[in-house]
Design a protein around this ligand. Structure first.
Ligand code: EPU
Length: 460
């Protein structure tokens, strides 16, 4: 295992956070070894970044704990800083202290420097409108997994009274008369749009009723953060959330919910490589749906107070699964699962119903010897089991097929992680390029792989 020259570090502000250990964009992996050992997962990318934005709404300092050192966090940190929020490391590793008392408008150039690097900036809209009466949001980034429009966000903001002006380099918003509570029904239980409504409604005048809301555990954790700040939020079991706006909010002290996506990723890595991985910090309650599918696919797990141990319970078995909003099987879990399913005895089907283009990563698996056929418009016939959905693709995976090493390029965060574990499961050497993308969501990936006994070199 070779270390890296410093110029190969990612161009983000990672080097300003806690030291990340090994970094690099290209790795050579010699596969065929099971991953064995322990990894610990920290706070969820998909909560920590949103809770950081929420700190803008408070009138005093917030402390967020278990923040993962990933590039999405660095992007949000940097955007908060250009808006005058002081962000410092806290008293325990992985904690951040966020002080919004000098929050201010940022210069266009400073905001624009973040264009294309993350989708989180869209969530700055509500807090900035409350704070400054205006907001400018740069062109959004995030993974290339379909169109990923923001129409639900903008429609909701207009209902709160915001004026939205699209410009070539981003979106300018203003709220000349302030923001008021609204009745909003989302066309789809979008995670981001639900967060947008929560972050805007908590300080809007009057009550907001949000119907068809997303109810992912990370959203419930964000509601917990906002309640600590003084917000009044209640919900009913049928995806309805009520928010009574308040005039002022304070800071919070909060430990983030663990990263379910990272935990599921390591579980699938154990399954794919015939390994044995204890994921410290993983909790059963937030992973019930994943654990059911994992077991049906031949996986075994032992639940302990401090985490979950994942391994194979016998030969791998085919499954039919569709991705869905919570409490369904998350779209972020299908990519590593599919790698394991290439080793199952029989035909598996994965229906993707959340994004319209999230099977691009399977091309690389096919190059490595997998038998995967993607149906861009979904499947008909015996394997179909979901009602027709607006966005639907299906991947049919027939196994077991031996995987062999290949030269592959990471397309997106979750697909990229699955490329790495495919290379670890394959015979021979693979070169995996563009792995820097994976650092958007996986803290200390290389160090964790090393701890699990992976045989790889960082080569570029
Ligand atoms: N959608 C619209 N219009 C909108 C918003 C969403 O059509 O205004 C569509 C999307 O195009 C997509 C579907 O609704 O087809 C679901 O999108 P959603 O808004 O729920 O997703 P998101 O908030 O953009 C978050 C996570 C994703 C995760 C999804 C689903 C963050 C930063 N991202 O995205 O995580 O897959 O929820 O759970 O929280 C990842 O971590 O790799 C990742 C992509």
């Amino acid at each position: 295992m070779k270390s890296l020259p410093s110029e190969n570090r990612s161009a983000t502000k990672e080097s300003e956070g806690q030291a990340e250990g090994l970094t690099g964009d290209t790795i050579a992996i010699r596969g065929g070894r099971p991953l064995v050992g322990r990894v610990d997962v920290k706070g969820a990318k998909n909560l920590a970044t949103k809770a950081m934005v929420a700190a803008l709404l408070g009138e005093s300092v917030s402390v967020l704990r278990d923040v993962p050192n990933i590039s999405d966090v660095q992007v949000v940190r940097s955007l908060l800083e250009v808006h005058g929020v002081r962000v410092e490391d806290g008293d325990e590793p992985g904690s951040l202290v966020l002080d919004p008392s000098d929050a201010k408008s940022a210069h266009f150039e400073e905001i624009d420097a973040h264009a294309g690097s993350s989708r989180i900036p869209i969530l700055f809209c509500g807090p900035l409108l409350h704070l400054l009466g205006q907001a400018f949001i740069p062109d959004l980034g995030g993974c290339r997994i379909g169109d990923r429009p923001i129409n639900f966000h903008l429609d909701a903001l207009r209902r709160f009274g915001a004026v939205v002006e699209k410009q070539p380099s981003g979106i300018r918003l203003s709220a000349p008369d302030g923001l008021h509570g609204a009745n909003i029904e989302l066309p789809y239980p979008s995670v981001g749009a639900t967060e947008q409504v929560l972050l805007t409604a908590v300080r809007a005048k009057g009550t907001t009723e949000l119907r068809n809301a997303a109810i992912e555990p990370e959203i419930m954790d964000l509601i917990g953060v906002l309640q600590k700040m003084g917000a009044i939020i209640s919900y009913e079991p049928n995806r309805v959330i009520f928010i009574e706006g308040v005039d002022t909010l304070t800071g919070y002290d909060h430990r983030s919910i663990f990263d379910r996506n990272e935990a599921a990723s390591w579980a699938c890595a154990a399954l794919a490589t015939d390994g044995d991985i204890f994921v410290g910090g993983a909790r059963q309650q937030d992973m019930l749906t994943f654990l059911n599918v994992f077991r049906k696919a031949g996986g075994a797990f032992d639940i302990e107070e401090s985490g979950i141990r994942f391994y194979r319970g016998g030969p791998l078995k085919p499954v039919v699964v569709e991705t869905d909003v919570h409490p369904g099987f998350m779209t972020d879990w299908q990519q590593p699962l599919i790698v394991a399913l290439t080793q199952a005895h029989g035909t598996s089907v994965v229906h993707e119903t959340v994004y319209e283009n999230r099977f691009g990563f399977t091309d690389a698996l096919v190059k490595m010897g997998a038998d995967i056929v993607v149906h861009p418009d979904g499947l008909e016939g015996e394997y179909r089991r979901v009602p027709r959905r607006a966005l639907e693709q299906a991947a049919v995976i027939t196994g077991p097929t031996p995987l062999h090493g290949a030269d592959i390029v990471v397309p997106d965060l979750r697909g990229g992680y699955s490329h790495v574990i495919a290379a670890l499961a394959a015979d021979g050497e693979s070169v995996v390029r563009n792995v820097g993308i994976i650092r958007r969501g996986y803290e200390n990936l290389f160090d964790k792989l090393q701890a699990l006994g992976a045989d790889f070199d960082v080569i570029g």
